[in-house]
Design a protein around this ligand. Structure first.
Ligand code: ADP
Ligand code: MG
Length: 347
C-alpha cells in the first residue's frame, strides 16, 4: 500500500557488507558520556556509573510486522521504541542500543536507509547512542534484533516482584489504541487487495493508527515519577495487554488484584473505533497490546503525589494473593482476569 518513496534502487551486493555498515552508521556519532567507543571496533566500550539494565527483542517480518502497511522508517523507529520501553519499565534511563539486521536481497540500500532514518530519529529523541550491531543476509524476510542498555541507581530499579497488598495499581496514558489502529490498517489492506486504486481516508483514525505505527516509550513518566519522588513498588510496560501484564505483576509479587473496569483509561477515538468494529473496548484494553504505557504499583502514602495528574490513572489496587486477580465490572460483578482478558464464566 505504501510504496517506497525513492525510485532509486541500489543493490546491496554492490556495497558489500562493510560498505553497507559504514553507510548506514556514519551519522550516528555517540553523545552519551558513558559511551567511550561506539560503532567501528570489535566491541563497544562503555563506562557506566550505576547499575546497568539490559534488554533485547527480536522483530521478525510476518510475525511482528507487516511491511505492506508499515513504512520502513516507522519500523526502524518502533523497533527502537519497544526496546527502550523495557528499560523504562525497570525505572531506568536508556543510554545505548545495538541493532542487528538480517535482510534478503529483495531490499535495496534505499530501503535500509529508510529503516535507519527511523532508528536515528528514535535515538535522537530518546538520547541513546547506537553503539554497534551485526549485519547478515536472510533467505526470506527481514529480521531485526535490538538490544538496549540503560542506567539506574540500585535503589531506583523497579522490579515486577515488588508489589504489596493494598498498593495502588496505576497506568500511564490510555489503552487499546494501538490494537484498534491495527484493526483499521488490516481492514484497509484487505480493501486495497480488492481495489488498489482506493485511497484510504485514515484521517478520522489518525490517533489510533499513529499509536500502532509510531508508538512512543514513556521516558517522560520515569522522569516525572522521579520528580514527584514516587518510587513504584513494581513496574512493567504494556506490550501484550493490560490483563497479561497485571498477571505478571501478581504472580511475581505474590499478590492479588482488583482492577476496576470503569477506571480503565480509553481515548474517545478508541471507543468510537470499538463501536465501529463491534468490539468490546474493555476487552481491547485488556488484551490488545502494543500500547507501551507503563503499569506500576505505588504505596498508598504516595497517592497525594500523583493525585489529579493527567498522566496517571489509578485503575485498581493489589490484594492478598489468596484473593486472586479480578476485574470488577461496571455492573459490580467480579470476574477472574486471564491472560486473554477475562473469563466470562466465573468458576
Ligand atoms: P565483526 O566482524 O567484528 O562482527 P562487523 O564488521 O560485523 O564486525 O561490524 C563492524 C562494526 O559495525 C562493529 O562496531 C559493529 O558493532 C557495527 N555494526 C555491524 N552491523 C551493524 C548494524 N546493522 N548496525 C549498527 N552497527 C553495526
Ligand atoms: Mg559482525
Amino acid at each position: 500500500m505504501l510504496a517506497n518513496k525513492n525510485d532509486k534502487k541500489t543493490d546491496l551486493e554492490a556495497l558489500g557488507e562493510f560498505g553497507l555498515i559504514d553507510h548506514l552508521t556514519k551519522n550516528f556519532a555517540p553523545s552519551q558520556a558513558s559511551t567511550e567507543k561506539g560503532v567501528g571496533d570489535d566491541g563497544a566500550v562503555l563506562h557506566l556509573k550505576n547499575r546497568t539494565v539490559i534488554s533485547t527483542d527480536f522483530l521478525i517480518e510476518g510475525v511482528h510486522f507487516d511491511l505492506s502497511y508499515m513504512p520502513l522508517k516507522h519500523l526502524g523507529y518502533k523497533s527502537v521504541i519497544v526496546n527502550l520501553s523495557d528499560i523504562y519499565a525497570m525505572n531506568a534511563i536508556a543510554t545505548q542500543i545495538l541493532v542487528s539486521i538480517a535482510v534478503s536481497n529483495r531490499f535495496p540500500l534505499e530501503a535500509l536507509e529508510e529503516l535507519y532514518q527511523g532508528i536515528a530519529l528514535a535515538t535522537k529523541k530518546y538520547e541513546v547512542d547506537l553503539i554497534g550491531g551485526d549485519t547478515s543476509s536472510s533467505k526470506t524476510g527481514m529480521l531485526i534484533s535490538i538490544t538496549a542498555l540503560g542506567e539506574a541507581k540500585a535503589e531506583e530499579i523497579a522490579y515486577r516482584a515488588g508489589a504489596r497488598a493494598n498498593d495502588l495499581l496505576v497506568v500511564s496514558g490510555d489503552l487499546g489504541a494501538a490494537y484498534m489502529g491495527l484493526q483499521v490498517l488490516e481492514r484497509e489492506k484487505e480493501v486495497f487487495k480488492v481495489n488498489p486504486n482506493n485511497q484510504p481516508d485514515l484521517e478520522p483514525y489518525s490517533y489510533i493508527v499513529e499509536r500502532q505505527l509510531k508508538p512512543e516509550a514513556r521516558k517522560d513518566i520515569v522522569e516525572l515519577l522521579k520528580k514527584l519522588e514516587v518510587k513504584p513498588t513494581a513496574m512493567i510496560d504494556i506490550s501484550d495487554g493490560l490483563s497479561s501484564e497485571i498477571l505478571h505483576l501478581c504472580k511475581q509479587s505474590h499478590v492479588g488484584c482488583n482492577l476496576f473496569e470503569d477506571k480503565i483509561p480509553l481515548d474517545p477515538t478508541v471507543i468510537a473505533a470499538c463501536e465501529e468494529f463491534k468490539l468490546d473496548s474493555t476487552l481491547v484494553a485488556l488484551s490488545g497490546g502494543e500500547d507501551y504505557e507503563l503499569l506500576f504499583t505505588i504505596n498508598q502514602k504516595d497517592f497525594p503525589k500523583i493525585k489529579g495528574n493527567p498522566n496517571f490513572t489509578v485503575i485498581g489496587h493489589m490484594t492478598e494473593a489468596g484473593e486472586g486477580a479480578h476485574l470488577v465490572t461496571r455492573g459490580n460483578s467480579k470476574i477472574p482476569l486471564t491472560a486473554q482478558g477475562w473469563n466470562s464464566f466465573p468458576s
